[in-house]
Design a protein around this ligand. Structure first.
Ligand code: ATP
Ligand code: MG
Length: 147
């Protein structure tokens, strides 16, 4: 799922001069719809790329995956300016992008998708700068397979 999302995004990532790092090693399988989860990841990485557009210095996104207590935690962290309004970003139609560039729907739709899988999504600013999104999902039963 992660590899497919990054393949879809490859032209945007290249055009933005960004580097996106996928988790190394196998990623635990999660309980959820593959295509819908892919939409969530694509929106998160797209948002990171938008946020870092034109900035000096590294434009870097790191996707992480870890499993613990039957839950899988996916993280997307960037080296952008961080979130100006973390409490409102999941609201429908909240956007800081110019008219025509964003509708402010990506994160509100993502929130609903993750909830429908019995999961949770949250956002924070990192101490070292940049934004980090965390998606917590139930691990698939039987686990071990690559997501
Ligand atoms: N990685 C990020 N860094 C900084 N700000 C972010 C980041 N991700 C989201 N945001 C903020 O959250 C807002 C809402 O994001 P969301 O994906 O819901 O909408 P959008 O990207 O503006 O439009 P759409 O997704 O509908 O094209 C963004 O406009 C931006 O202000
Ligand atoms: Mg978006």
């Amino acid at each position: 799922m992660i590899a497919d999302a990054l393949e879809i995004l490859a032209p945007r990532i290249a055009a933005a001069g960004a580097a996106v790092e996928a988790p190394d090693g196998p990623v635990p399988a999660v309980h959820g719809g593959r295509v819908r989860l892919q939409q969530v990841l694509i929106n998160l990485v797209s948002n990171s790329i938008d946020a870092m557009e034109g900035q000096d210095g590294p434009r870097h996104v790191r996707i992480g995956a870890a499993v613990r207590d039957g839950r899988v935690r996916l993280t997307v962290r960037d080296s952008g300016p961080g979130l100006t309004d973390p409490d409102r970003i999941f609201d429908p139609f909240f956007t800081t992008k110019p008219v025509g560039a964003g509708l402010g729907l990506g994160l509100s739709i993502s929130y609903g998708i993750v909830q429908s899988f019995g999961g949770d999504i949250r956002a924070e600013n990192c101490d070292g700068g940049g934004a980090m999104f965390t998606i917590d999902l139930p691990a698939a039963r039987g686990d071990a397979a690559a997501a």
